[in-house]
Design a protein around this ligand. Structure first.
Ligand SMILES: Cc1ncc(COP(=O)(O)OP(=O)(O)O)c(N)n1
Ligand SMILES: Cc1nc(C(=O)O)sc1CCOP(=O)(O)O
Ligand SMILES: [Mg+2]
Length: 219
């Protein structure tokens, strides 16, 4: 029998953006389009602080992601991830940056199976710590010029090769797009995370397909 479980550890990791997708309708249409293109992971990233808005949008995305068999990752907010998991969305995970609370605590709360990612910037010491605290993947960046977060600290691609020693999926983030996704993959990133590379276009599905086609050249 073939194993049809979704492999979230390789491929395109799309991240939503409230400036690019301000309404519920825009967010949901764009995410459905991106999911049709074939995502490994989708992250809900919303800095509004409006709890009811965030719960409503995250719940709608969790339902949609379930239909496509793609894990939804909640940015920053352990309580929201926990709430969705308590509502039966067992595929919901969490992404934590360095200022977003304890990874160890998140692992305890969400359990051993949850996908929990960690921002490591350009630092292997942060990666080492995240790995020891139970991270499921390690995110490095920013590698290229980012429209979403131009102030993020820069990183160089050789870092990705060095991070292979942690034996966890490596995420490359920051300005990832069609012109450089192959370079980031070749340098060692299994997951290619992008906001503008997917949602900066009227046709996210076509963007994801194009990114996946580039990645297919690197088995
Ligand atoms: C996959 C991925 N990698 C890095 C980040 C950045 O997280 P963080 O440093 O906490 O910054 P914000 O996204 O919260 O502004 C991410 N979200 N996803
Ligand atoms: C959210 C985020 N974190 C980054 C980091 O380097 O930690 S770069 C970034 C923005 C990614 O958006 P885009 O694909 O449009 O550059
Ligand atoms: Mg954060």
């Amino acid at each position: 029998m073939t194993d049809k479980r979704h492999d979230w550890t390789r491929g395109v990791y799309a991240i939503t953006d409230a400036q690019l997708l301000p309404s519920d309708r825009q967010l949901l249409e764009a995410c459905r389009s991106a999911l049709k293109g074939g995502l490994a992971l989708l992250q809900y990233r919303d800095k509004s602080g409006d709890l009811s808005h965030r719960v409503r949008q995250a719940l709608a995305l969790a339902m949609m992601c379930r239909d496509y068999g793609v894990p939804l990752i909640i940015n920053d907010d352990l309580a929201l991830a926990q709430r969705l998991r308590d509502d039966g969305f067992a595929e919901v995970g969490l992404h934590l940056g360095q200022q977003d609370g304890s990874l160890r605590e998140a692992r305890e709360v969400l359990g051993g199976e949850a996908i929990i990612g960690a921002t490591c910037h350009a630092r292997l010491d942060l990666a080492e710590r995240a790995a020891s605290e139970g991270a499921s993947y390690l995110a490095f960046g920013r590698f290229f010029v980012s429209k979403t977060k131009p102030e993020a600290p820069p990183a160089t691609l050789d870092l990705l090769g060095e991070a292979g020693r942690f034996d966890l999926p490596r995420v490359a983030i920051g300005g990832i797009d069609i012109d450089n996704v192959g370079m980031a993959r070749e340098a060692g990133a299994e997951l290619l995370a992008t906001v503008h590379g997917v949602f900066g276009d009227v046709n996210p599905e076509a963007r994801v397909r194009a990114l996946n086609a580039r990645l297919a050249a690197y088995p």
